[in-house]
Design a binder for this molecule. Sequence first.
Ligand code: PHE
Length: 509
Amino acid sequence: MSESDVIDQLNFFEKKVLKALNELKSASPEQVREKSGLGQLVEVMNASSWLQAKGLVRIDERISKSYSLRREDAATKPLPEKVALDVIINGHKGRCSLADLKNSGKLKGEEVQIAIGWIKKKGWGELSKSGQDTIVAVTDKGRKALHEKGEDEHLLERLAKGELAETDAKKDVLDMLRQRKDLLNERHTTNRTITLTEAGAAVAARDLRIKEEVAQLTPELIQSGRWRDVEVRRYDVKAFAPTVYGGRRHPMSILIDKVRNVFLTMGFTEVSGDYVESAFWNMDVLFTAQDHPAREMHDTFYVENPAKIDLSQYMALVEAVKQVHENGGRTGSLGWRYKWRLDEAERALLRTHTTVNTARYIYEHPQTPFKVFAVDRVFRNEAMDSTHLPEFTQIEGIVCEKGANFDMLCGVLKEFYRRMGIPETRIRPGYFPYTEPSLEVEILWDGKWMELGGAGVFRPEVTEPLGVKEPVLAWGLGLERLAMLIYGLDDVRDIYESDVDWLKKAPQL
Ligand code: PHE
């Protein structure tokens, strides 16, 4: 094809871009837009894609990374190795054991290991073995470091002021921060450069005969005869168009609706309950002994106001539950055999599972058969990481009918996940104080089996006081972990980060 033929086949936008590139040679889409006088970036990009297909330009993409702090306090909170340094120098004259460090109470759990790792790496201390324990002795470098800010700390301060491009930081210092868990957010941006090829340069240098383009012939154009001078834009059904993102529901609301739909079509009724509950409903009714570790402060959020919830309206049930805990009551069980206390049962807490909703339902509707479910928020006092949140959502359910059994429970769960689009589930033996037998459901995620929740057949110690005679199948499943699988996330925190890009693009299900 001759250059003249090539020019004939160029549209208005392509010509404008070529003309601009004739001067710029190589430029970003923004620069081309400015130079060409085109109104929108998509016009530049669209034309450039066509020009690239015709061999007249080359579009190069380069990803650049930038970083910001995941948590605001990351720059003000001292680094664990600094805290440890202070303990060793000021508390132990420069030399102490790992046990001393732990006992100082200044470092939590894994922070001691992290601190020691960095002290070694930064040459602030030397480690030696002494019997079972390890001794750290601070070096001169360590003593100096106590009163000086390190390069990593300076970088943290810089990051506290706002996002930083990877190229604006020293690589080794940035790497030090990147190695730390949960400290930095990484954002990727794509930078494009449009460059004339040799063929493109030859065409661009010629007279491109750019004519004004119109999208529509108007009476004015016809009457004035100006139609002779303009080019009528060709209709191009393959033209690139920007995606329009309208308002939409949050992916989690969409997922919850889907769960709801699955249970409703399986014949279940939905129930719900309150966030604040008594320990009685959350635990005692579920035959969880009052000294069970799950009832401790480090697992459960107790409420200060109200600190107690009056149980006098449930006196008969309270008495039956007390008997079951102390001696098994009328169930034939021996119970847990300890002195049950009303004040412990009255403590107010944020419900730790939605099993409290279904237990209350049984008490209020003991007539069988019934099938109910709940999708609701629960709270646990635990550290956040890529698969744990202190606030999450459970998919709870019960089936109560004559002849209901463990096989049926496995069947219902498998069917639920199948209808959610997850064919591969695995069932393992489990333990809960309130069910026997008990199971755990797992799904294959990222090559590993991930626990999704628990289930089982309620023990007579639970059903007898609640007044139900038939077997009750029960389960409580994690919604967020299911969401990770369905939306392909590798960090559960991403669900609630409100990343607009993800919110726009998450599949509609
Ligand atoms: N409540 C349990 C949990 O939160 C799950 C469960 C519900 C187990 C019902 C058995 C029966 O992990």
